[in-house]
Design a binder for this molecule. Structure first.
Ligand code: F0G
Length: 455
């Protein structure tokens, strides 16, 4: 059969509350046009994030009942550790309450003033945690990765020439090389196995640890299987193990590719660094056999990791994005192509070209999608990345709106509805106005900034 169907049945449902366009107009005003300030009950289709929003399986809920809440030595930790190690064979696996806690611990140990940390693209919390220590975060993605129209199969790859030049320039002041798989900030685009291995090789030759930000590792592995020469016949598990085999560590948000509602981990091979990380963990998160999580959460992750590498799931997962992208493309709406793993990205700079980048076309589009259809997406552009640590503002490389698709949560008719909202929006998009920021915090402003329309 050609139709790729949802590879699950639905046993438990959550009702969606419908709002009218007039109600949403008022709600937007009250939220100062920041979609993070909306109540989720006022959202019809919530595509703000794919993080922590997955539908867990019946096997995960059953595993939750087996959670052991002992402070130390819980068997839930053993199951969690075994499940992680089955895919990523690191010496030390340190649970945290989510991905950013793993980042905070890692960079508190290896960051600091004068340090420079490269990646393909750092995600916002990673950048925030690096900059909070006084270090600088640098994005070295290949040029195609910043071109929404490029059809490069691995637009998440790091530019290896730039990486070598970077290491030559900053020498001793580079405490690690990172790579984000898939490259969330760059459109959910994958990194090839070859690029990961080259990165590891370069890191080794400069004696710098190589750390993978692995939130969406299974989606990345699926793309490797589909697109990389010689990988088509390998299992997802084999590819995943290969992706991590030369890395020195990883940070992970189990809220993505582990189908959990909370959780994460930091994994390291270096004994001394791991010891220091565990000390920090005890200070900030909890004892190393629970790390800020309940035992039941560890069991949900352990089970989720077994399910995430299922090929029927990954095929359906990526097909959902492709389906929406193909239909938007047919309507001449500029989307980032090829389809990424976890989200559909719309190129707001090109679609709303009448709005200046410093008047945030991505924000204008995200607000319009909510007002018209109750769909909540997220700007990934100048609002998110435009403010430098010194307070100056520069336009971001791309002005995207991300519609992140929660795992196993929405069905094809939800996807059809999303497309229909775009169809309607296309009729009025030239009348949309830009925004200005009227209040913002010094860092990670997109979460709490207040906006006003530019008249
Ligand atoms: N790294 C990447 C690539 C991420 O996408 C995220 C989270 C994190 C690290 C941090 O993990 O949320 O568990 O602390 N991304 C979410 C998103 C929030 O919406 O893309 P966390």
């Amino acid at each position: 059969m050609k139709t790729i169907i949802e590879p699950f049945r639905i046993k438990s449902v959550e009702p969606i509350r419908f709002t009218t366009q007039n109600e949403r107009k008022e709600l937007l005003k009250k939220a100062h046009y920041n979609l993070f300030a909306l109540k989720s009950d006022d959202v019809i289709i919530d595509l703000l994030t794919d993080s922590g929003t997955s539908a867990m399986s019946s096997a995960q809920w059953a595993a939750i009942m087996n959670g052991d809440e002992s402070y130390a030595g819980s068997p839930s930790f053993d199951r969690f550790e075994a499940s992680v190690r089955d895919l990523m064979d690191f010496k030390h696996i340190i649970p945290t309450h989510q991905g950013r806690a793993a980042e905070a611990i890692l960079f508190s140990l290896i960051g600091g003033k004068g340090k420079h940390i490269p990646s393909n693209n750092h995600f916002d919390t990673t950048r925030g945690n690096i900059e909070a220590t006084g270090a600088m975060a640098h994005d070295l993605v290949i040029d195609e990765g910043s071109d929404p129209k490029s059809l490069h199969p691995f637009k998440g790859n790091i530019d290896l020439d730039k990486l070598v030049a970077f290491l030559d320039k900053y020498g001793e002041n580079v405490p690690c090389i990172m790579i984000t798989i898939t490259n969330n900030a760059g459109g959910g685009q994958p990194v090839s196995l070859e690029n990961i291995h080259f990165c590891a090789k370069i890191a080794r030759s400069y004696n710098v640890p190589f750390i993978i930000d692995a939130c969406r590792f299974a989606e990345n592995a699926w793309f490797i299987k589909q697109r990389e020469a010689g990988q088509g016949d390998r299992s997802i598990k084999e590819i995943v193990r290969d992706m991590f085999k030369f890395a020195d560590g990883m940070t992970m948000s189990a809220k993505k590719d582990a189908f959990a509602n909370i959780g994460g981990w930091l994994a390291l091979n270096d004994d001394e660094l791991a010891q220091n990380a565990k000390t920090k963990l005890i200070q900030t998160e909890g004892f190393p056999t629970y790390g800020g999580l309940a035992g039941r959460d560890l069991d949900a992750i352990a089970q989720g990791l077994k399910e995430i590498i299922d090929e029927d799931y990954l095929r359906y997962r990526v097909r959902t994005n492709e389906y929406i992208i193909e239909r938007l493309d047919a309507l001449n709406i500029p989307v980032v192509k090829p389809a990424g793993g976890h989200a559909v990205f719309i190129d707001a700079k090109s679609w709303l070209s009448h709005i200046e980048p410093l008047q945030y076309p991505g924000q204008a589009l995200a607000v319009a999608l909510y007002e018209l259809g109750g769909i909540r997406g997220c700007e990934i552009g100048t609002v998110m990345f435009g403010r430098a640590p010194d307070g100056s503002e520069n336009q971001a490389a791309m002005e995207l709106v991300r519609l992140a698709i929660p795992r196993r949560t929405y069905t094809q008719s939800h996807a059809d509805y999303i497309v229909e909202v775009f169809e309607e929006l296309a009729k009025i998009k030239d009348d949309l106005k830009g925004f200005k920021i009227i209040e913002e915090p010094p860092m990670m402003r997109h979460f709490s900034a207040k906006f006003a329309t530019v008249i």
